[in-house]
Write a protein that binds this ligand. Structure first.
Ligand SMILES: [Zn+2]
Ligand SMILES: [Zn+2]
Length: 335
């Protein structure tokens, strides 16, 4: 099989032939059909992801088919179309694991970070952490849900989202597009904050009722004039200036949900006076991925995609790093 391997931080991925791995106890072998290219993969390549241990095969937005079961596994049966959780494994007995928040486990292993991920034709996964895909989702449409979709879903839910909430999404890349679609599907209202005026059409197509251009508008004022401010801000773009302005545009009892590592400088007095919260959120657990997939299937949530063959994995990462592409790049194995 072919695999794209990062041998050392800041290196190029090497496309090499490897032996198809054998699933161990509790594992399944997955034939990868599609793997999304995420900003997290760039962090792994650039040596910026704290846990990454090269040599490693990146890629954690994986959709494929169960090919073979390891010892002790009887589900899901071979032939099942599945998506794979970013969390490769967790301890199973800490407080987070017991309550079904296993993504918060302090002893987790992560797909494409500490375990070989989806930039290859076959990979291993824990049987517990693969979920059957709804029939209506193709592999390429499903792949970006495994991180981008799951991350925005969890970023909304754990921020206390309720139908009717005003959600401000900062940035309209892969996560931003998902953010609009999930907030709308769950009954929210959406404003998009972006540096590119051209993205307004796309934002409105996806259901945003308000577009704030960060170059020409005062973001805080624009948000406050939106019926009192945003109930939830989804920070998905690396833009500290917009993040700080959006913090000032948060409604009373509002929550600023940090999904990308951006330095922010909150005004403590404003937080106190308006009972506001700042939280971070990363990926999600199995229950969250199940809900993400079901919402996407039910509400027709689809990423806009650009497809790259596995052999062009380096080009895909360069594109993500330099081009700020609209939508999501997906590696497809049979291209
Ligand atoms: Zn645990
Ligand atoms: Zn990701």
């Amino acid at each position: 099989m072919r695999a794209a391997i990062l041998k050392e931080p800041k290196g190029r991925l090497q496309i090499e032939k490897r032996t198809v791995p054998t699933p161990g106890h509790g594992e399944v072998l997955i034939r990868v059909h599609a793997c999304g290219v995420c900003h997290g993969d760039l962090m792994v390549r650039n040596g910026e992801f704290p846990l990454a241990r090269p040599p490693i095969v990146p890629g954690h937005e994986v959709a494929g088919v169960v090919e073979k079961l390891g010892p002790g596994v009887n589900y899901p049966p071979p032939g099942t179309r599945v998506g794979i959780l970013w969390l490769f494994s967790s301890c199973g007995h800490c407080e987070s694991c017991i309550v079904g928040d296993e993504v918060l486990c302090a002893n987790g292993e992560y797909v494409g970070v500490t375990r070989d991920g989806g930039y290859q034709e076959f990979m291993l996964a824990r049987a517990d952490n693969v979920l059957p895909l709804p029939d209506s989702l193709s592999f390429t449409d499903a792949a970006p849900l495994m991180c981008a979709g799951l991350t925005v879903y969890a970023g909304l839910v754990y921020a206390g989202f309720k139908p009717g909430h005003r959600v401000a999404v900062i940035g309209l890349g892969g996560l931003g597009e998902m953010g609009i679609q999930f907030a709308r599907a769950m009954g929210g209202r959406v404003a998009v904050i972006s540096s590119t005026k051209e993205k307004e059409t796309r934002a409105r197509e996806l259901g945003a009722e308000k577009f704030i251009h960060e170059g020409t508008e005062e973001i805080d004022e624009a948000l406050r004039s939106w019926d009192g401010g945003a109930d939830i801000v989804l920070q998905v773009a690396p833009s500290p200036a917009s993040a700080n302005a959006a913090l000032r545009g948060l409604a009373s009892d509002g929550t600023f949900s940090l999904l990308a590592p951006v330095p922010i400088s909150p005004d403590p007095f404003a937080l106190i006076m308006r009972r506001q919260r700042i939280m971070g959120s990363c990926s999600g657990s199995r229950k969250d991925l199940r809900a993400t997939l079901d919402l996407a299937a039910t509400h027709g949530i689809r990423p806009s995609l650009r497809r790259f063959p596995l052999d062009r994995a380096n080009d895909a990462l360069t594109e993500l790093e330099t081009g700020r592409p609209a939508g999501r790049i997906v590696l497809v194995m049979d291209a």
